[in-house]
Design a protein around this ligand. Structure first.
Ligand code: SAH
Length: 263
């Protein structure tokens, strides 16, 4: 059971729900879910995690998905604030880790600005789950010394504003969030500034969930590889030498091989 101090009325917990598999929740996240009066959650939160919310607990979907925001960030901030000011134990459930492309900074500063205590419970981020499912390491001694979390989500009509030269460094692994639609642009820009077209890539869809799918290939084929993936499915791109181990194992004995769905 949660201690009475862990989740006081009138406070907000931003809780990482992990990548989808409820077994990848932290014990603390589960304790907080069981103690909350109201849960605001994203559309990406897996069914298995939502099923852990006790029946009597109010739940509000503030579902955000690429290109379709059912509630804008300002509205979400206000809903959290109103619930906390009403003296409720407010839990904001976010996919993966709240601090990685989770807009936790905006929610935290809005609430703190109104003197509402806010706490964060970390979660397993999609890149970690994708690496685990694929059997690769995100860093590799001597080959991949850095790991960069990138989002390729640009506002409609705007170009993706990233330092492509820095991202093209051969000894770095890139974990690209929200990158499905921009995959072709990402590959083209990286290759234009010198990243090897033969750099291994992994596309991991629904990591940790029963309908998980892993596609692998080369940077030069990335735009074509993502065509088989629906816009609605959460998709993480991993780019770099570190993801080669799977690549070489599966592509041995064929030069023409560019893609494979691993069941
Ligand atoms: N805070 C989250 C990321 C939110 S941004 C985290 O730490 O994981 C949403 C993006 O995360 C999705 O568009 C996708 O790129 C990625 N993502 C989240 N869950 C995923 C999953 N189960 N499988 C693959 N990618 C996922």
């Amino acid at each position: 059971m949660p201690s009475p101090h862990e989740f006081a009325p009138g406070t907000v917990w931003l809780v990482g729900a992990g990548p989808g598999d409820p077994d990848l929740l932290t014990r603390k996240a589960l304790r907080l879910i069981e103690a909350a009066d109201i849960v605001f959650h994203d559309a990406l939160i897996g069914r298995g995690v939502l099923d852990l919310i006790p029946e009597g607990t109010e739940r509000v979907s503030v579902g955000k998905r690429a290109g379709r925001h059912s509630k804008d960030q300002g509205t979400i901030n206000d809903l959290l604030l109103a619930a906390a000011q009403a003296g409720r134990r407010v839990l904001r459930l976010k996919g993966g880790d709240p601090s990685i492309f989770g807009r936790s900074g905006e929610e935290t500063s809005h609430l703190s600005g109104h003197d509402i205590p806010v706490h964060v419970c970390p979660g397993i981020t999609a890149a970690s789950a994708a690496a685990a499912s694929s059997g690769v390491s995100l860093t590799l001694r001597g080959l991949a010394r850095s790991l960069t979390f990138v989002t390729a989500h640009a506002r409609a009509g705007e170009a993706i504003d990233l330092d492509w030269s820095a991202l093209a460094a051969p000894q770095g692994t890139l974990a690209v969030y929200m990158g499905r639609a921009a995959a072709g642009t990402i590959a083209a820009r990286l290759m234009a500034v010198g990243r090897d077209p033969a750099t291994p890539v992994l596309i991991v869809v629904n990591a940790s969930l029963p309908d998980e799918r892993i596609v692998h290939g080369r940077l030069s084929a990335l735009s074509f590889l993502v065509e088989t993936i629906s816009d609605d499915d959460p998709t993480l791109l991993l780019i770099g030498e570190a993801v080669r181990s799977l690549d070489t194992k599966i592509t041995r004995n064929t030069d023409r091989f560019v893609a494979s769905a691993v069941e």
